[in-house]
Structures are given as C-alpha cells and as structure tokens.
Design a protein around this ligand. Structure first.
Ligand code: GLN
Length: 490
C-alpha cells in the first residue's frame, strides 16, 4: 500500500485526495517511512517529520471542511536546503551556516506552504549550490538511487542532488531546486526525473541563500512534466521583495499541456556537438529530434556561434558574484564563529574553517577577476560575452520556438570521479549554462537509458517567459520516450 502511495505523481495523488481515496496524513506517513528507510542515500540534511505530520493533518482538516487549496494541498515535498525556512535549520550544506535557523520563510517556500504542500525535510546539495555532483556538501555526498552495471555508487548530479535523489527514489513526490548554471536540469537528467529552470525573474529569489544573483533561479523537480507545470504555477509570481522578480501574470501552466506540437519550430544548435561527446548522447539527442518530428514539429538547424564561450563566461561571472555574496559570512552575523586574536583573525579563521575547498576556490577566482588590475580582462569581457550569448539566442528565436539539446554530455559518473579535476567537473555544465547566462527557461526530461543502464536527459530551451511552450514540447518528448525505468530496488 505505502509503496503504491509513494509511486504516485502529484496529479494522481491530487485526484485520490479529492476522491477521498487517501489522506495527506497517509501519503505523508508513507513518504516519511521511505525517507527513514533510505537514509543511506543522504538525500536530506534535516528531516522534519513532525512538522510534516502536523501540516498533513491541517491539510486533511481543510479538505474535510471543503477548503482544499488545489492540486498541491497535502502533497509531501522536499525543500532544497538553500531556501530559508522559518524555524527550520537552513545550512546551504555549508559548515559556515552552522545552527542558522531563519526567523522568516523564503517567498517560494512560503507560496508552496500556502497552497498546502507538506515539507518532509531540507534536501542535501552542493555547498552553497556550487558543484555538479553533490560531493561538496559539508554533510557528505548524496548517492543516486541508480546504480550502473559496475555496482559503484553514482552521483545524483548537482547541485540539487538531494532533491533529485528524493524524487527519483520515491521519497518525495516532488522537490524544489535552484539552478544557477544547471543545478536543476543536470541532476534531473542524472536521476531520470523532470527538472525545470524557469525564466530568470519568474520565481522570487527572496529568502534563497544567494550564490550568483544574476543567475540564480528556483524551479520544480518532479516525476512528470505535468507535475512540473503544477509546481511552477504555485512557485512563480511577482514579489516586491525581489527587485529582479518579474511583474508578469502567472499562467496556469498545466493548461498549456495540450499535447499538440504540430507546426512547432524546433531548433537544433549545431555548436552543441561537442568533441569527445559519447555516441549514446548524440543518439539520444537524435531520438528526441525524431520524436518531435513524428508529432508534427518542424526541425530547423540553428547556429549559436558564441556557445564555446559560455562555460568560461559562466565560470567568471558566477564566482565573481559568489565572492561578493559570500562576503557576508564573517563569523559575526550568521552561524559559525572561530575565535582569533583580533577581529581580522576571527574573520580569517571563520572563513577558512567554515568554507569548503570548492567554495574557497570560487571566492578566490571571483576576487581575482574583480580585482582592479584584472577586472577589464576578465569580468568586463565576460559581461560582454554574456550579451553576445544572449544575442545568439534572440536571433535563433526569430526562427524557432524552442531549442533541443542534450542536458549533459554524459550519464552520471561514479562518486569520487572528477573530484581532483575541477575543469572536468565544470564541463558537465556545458549544455546548461548558455540558457542560464541568457536567463531563459529550460527543462530536462528523461530521454532513455545509457548503455550502462543510467538515465539520459533531453533539454529544451525556450523564449523568455515562454515556459508554456517548453512544458508542452517537454511533454511531447516525455510521451514519446515512455520512460518507465526505475532504479533497481526502488
Ligand atoms: N554546476 C554549476 C556550478 O558548479 C552550476 C551550479 C548551480 O546551478 N547552482 O556552478
């Protein structure tokens, strides 16, 4: 019974709740049991079962009195531990935020709470969301529920690795993620789930621990495209507390899922054929092309000539913003303090001990590219390239409605691999970062399995604020792919 409950999608569970066939308490208990049974995956930093049961009971009471709040009322979800949650420890997976319990709720988590979702706990991630494998967390790596034939544990991707694992392992019905340069889409691809990065400005960043403010964006991680649409409708919307949040109406995204993509113009960027990419990625991409064509889409080759500069541009802009955002962790205002002889020593000791190696690397790179002598050569040049990358997309979207690419250049690798080679790790983001730099919406949908039996993702990028087309085309891929594979034992 409880296995059946944890395998439901949001849409299915909402129907059962509405029909009185299950209760939120029942659903929540089944998911708490799964969370406890799979602690070895390390998907959560903080579990909140008591809070979850209390919110589930409130949801059931609302429903009993005819006040249910829509499809998310009573649905158990995981919250990436980058969202500040009132009264619940918020760590960003960093030692430096030890003991930080916010007195306020981030806008996105508040919105999700207001529509009745039940938070199961705070999901593990890469420290300050910096990483592509969830191996930089102070709280230890997250394991993917998927195993390849060699039996070695796989990374879930990052930085939203705990969120992806929780959804893929049927521990949470859905999860929140954040995406700065791929952190929703790449883990979704590695774990065989759906991940949507909305347009920059679609969801409020207020109350989300900042990594790179001009790139950070919250979004849903779900089992299906329909569930992503349902979650996004609840998460999105203008927020006066975030000056970059867009004052645009929020459509009913699920209503956009008409199943009809006839005449849709799908662009295939020729520059995304990167050297050394495994053949099976190329093959999965080609299948995606055929699936969309079969459903009436028109395929058009397009050129995004500045693609090769996206990764270096991202790895200048993101660390620059991170070094400035992370300046606030000084041992005075939040979390950890390591005493020193004087104030400066205290700052140094706190930051030296509080930040892990990857975060320190980013702060160093960021401070370097922003420093007086190098600002023009690196940061300013990266800003100019960012404009050119955006222009590539603007030109492409004169001709097409959506772009199709692979999500990542490989399937999930083993835990421990690439850890001594930051550049190899950064290469994971090669297909994800251009859309991040341009602020465009993009989705990853499971497209099949690799030769080792691991999920591969297909990636669609859309016009700014046109999540509806991205979702509609995403569902067309989902339907054609018919991806029903499950990690063994889950
Ligand atoms: N993997 C990328 C990085 O390490 C993206 C992270 C993210 O999107 N938060 O910066």
């Amino acid at each position: 019974m409880s296995d059946a409950l944890t395998s439901l999608t949001i849409a299915q569970a909402a129907a059962k709740l509405a029909a009185g066939e299950t209760s939120s308490v029942e659903l929540t208990d089944a998911h708490i049991a799964a969370m406890e049974a799979h602690r070895d995956l390390n998907a959560f930093i903080t579990e909140t079962p008591d809070l979850a049961r209390a919110r589930a009971a409130e949801s059931d009471a609302r429903r009993a009195s005819g006040d249910a709040r829509g499809p998310l009322d009573g649905i158990p979800i995981a919250m990436k531990d980058l969202f500040c949650t009132e009264g619940v420890l918020t760590t960003a997976a960093s030692h430096i935020l030890d003991g930080f319990t916010p007195t306020y709720e981030s806008t996105v988590s508040r919105k999700l709470r207001e529509v009745g979702t039940v938070m199961l706990g705070k999901a593990n991630l890469d420290e300050f969301a910096m990483g592509s494998a969830n191996v930089t967390s102070y709280y230890g790596p997250v394991k993917s529920p998927w195993k390849a034939a060699d039996g070695k544990d796989r990374v879930p991707g990052g930085s939203s690795g705990g969120s992806a694992t929780a959804v893929a392992a049927n521990i949470a019905m859905a999860a929140t993620g954040t995406d700065t340069g791929g952190s929703i889409r790449q883990p979704a691809a590695f774990c065989g789930i759906v991940g949507l990065k909305p347009t920059y400005g679609r969801c409020s960043r207020w109350g989300i621990v900042a990594f790179a403010s001009s790139l950070d964006q919250a979004g849903p991680m779900t089992k299906t495209v329909e569930d992503a649409a349902i979650m996004l409708s609840a998460m999105a919307g203008y927020d006066p507390m975030d000056s970059t949040s867009a004052d645009k109406p929020v459509p009913d995204f699920a209503a956009a899922l008409t199943g009809d993509i006839k005449g849709l113009k799908v662009g295939i960027p020729i520059e995304y054929r990167v050297e050394g990419m495994p053949y099976e990625i190329e093959e999965a991409w080609q299948k995606g092309v055929e699936w969309l064509k079969d459903q009436g889409a028109e395929i058009v080759e397009v050129s995004l000539p500045h693609t090769k500069y996206a990764l270096p541009t991202y790895y200048i802009v993101a660390p620059a913003e991170a070094s400035s955002n992370l300046a606030r962790y000084d041992g005075v205002r939040y979390g950890l303090r390591v005493e020193g002889g004087d104030l400066t020593e205290m700052y140094e000791a706190t930051r030296g001990e509080g930040f892990g190696a990857e975060v320190r690397r980013r702060v160093l790179i960021g401070a370097y590219v922003l420093s007086a002598g190098y600002y023009d050569a690196y940061y300013l040049k990266a800003q100019k390239l960012r404009t050119l990358i955006l222009r590539d997309f603007t030109d492409a979207f004169d001709k097409v409605d959506v772009l199709l690419t692979p999500t990542a250049p490989s399937a999930a690798f083993a835990i421990g691999e690439k850890m001594d080679d930051p550049v190899a790790m950064y290469l994971n983001d090669v297909f994800a970062v251009p859309a991040s730099l341009a602020g465009l919406p993009a989705i990853s949908v499971p497209g099949g399995l690799s030769s080792e039996g691991l999920p591969l993702g297909l990636h669609l990028i859309g016009r700014a604020f046109d999540e509806e087309t991205v979702l509609r085309a995403g569902q067309a891929l989902e339907t054609a792919a018919g991806f029903t594979a499950r990690p063994a034992g889950f």
